[in-house]
Design a protein around this ligand. Sequence first.
Ligand code: FE2
Length: 285
Amino acid sequence: MTLEIIPSKSSCGAEIRGINLKAQLSAEDSLAIYHAWLKYLVIYFRGQNLGENEHLRFTKYFGTPGDYMRPDNLKTNRMKKRHPAVMFISNIRENGEPIGALPDGEMMFHTDTAYDHHLHKATTLYSLEVPEKGGETIFSNQYAVYEALPGNLKSLLKGRDAYTAYEFGTTVKTKPKYDHKEKQSAMHPVFRLHEETGRMAVFVNELMTEEIEGLDKAQNIEILKKIFDLQRKPQFCYEHRWEVGDLIIWDNRCSLHARRDFPSDQRRLMRRITVQGNRPVYKGE
Ligand SMILES: [Fe+2]
């Protein structure tokens, strides 16, 4: 079969057909897939049947798999036994304990691993079990959000950093600041230059960005709200309705993702492997 790229009708996202990821990819196909990923930010393959090693091999076409960053003292025994790069996201419980992380409900827009200075450039997610309804993943194009920002806001925020923090396990932030001793944090530029495409993207997110440096409290609240509202607008988003056997890879440097709520009595099981990245850079004009 020949590889086929079908862009979504939204501002990001494309399906790739004609590829069986159980087999090793040719250099030509892996390059075409990589370029499609840079162009569409989020690409997906339906109907795959991937074991952990095949999933890992696919991840390596994009770089070096990144270890699951959850600190050891916050890992369950099950988590500790897995391959260091593999994370399970699941609401399935055995003996009362979830077999994976981030088990239930909605999850706000975020960038994976943004609480770390060297966050991972890409995330792959493979669906093993999906609920009948809900649990969709929504992706937001941050190049498009950057372009849509008014000029005065771009000038005000250009070159600034933002304080980014996270308490592991949080899916919806219900307090203004994370205050648990186990939180992790990093400073990141508000606008990030993508090192491969050379395009500028907004790099703050609702779940993890707490404060933009150099702005007072009222300005912070007002400006961050304006940006978060923009990121949610449907014209910037692709919504993925999961089927069993989907593999998605998204670019954490220029997209955000969120999860819709789903019934807690329906099983959801996803395998996640990320790809290591560089510290975000900003280049002033
Ligand atoms: Fe995520």
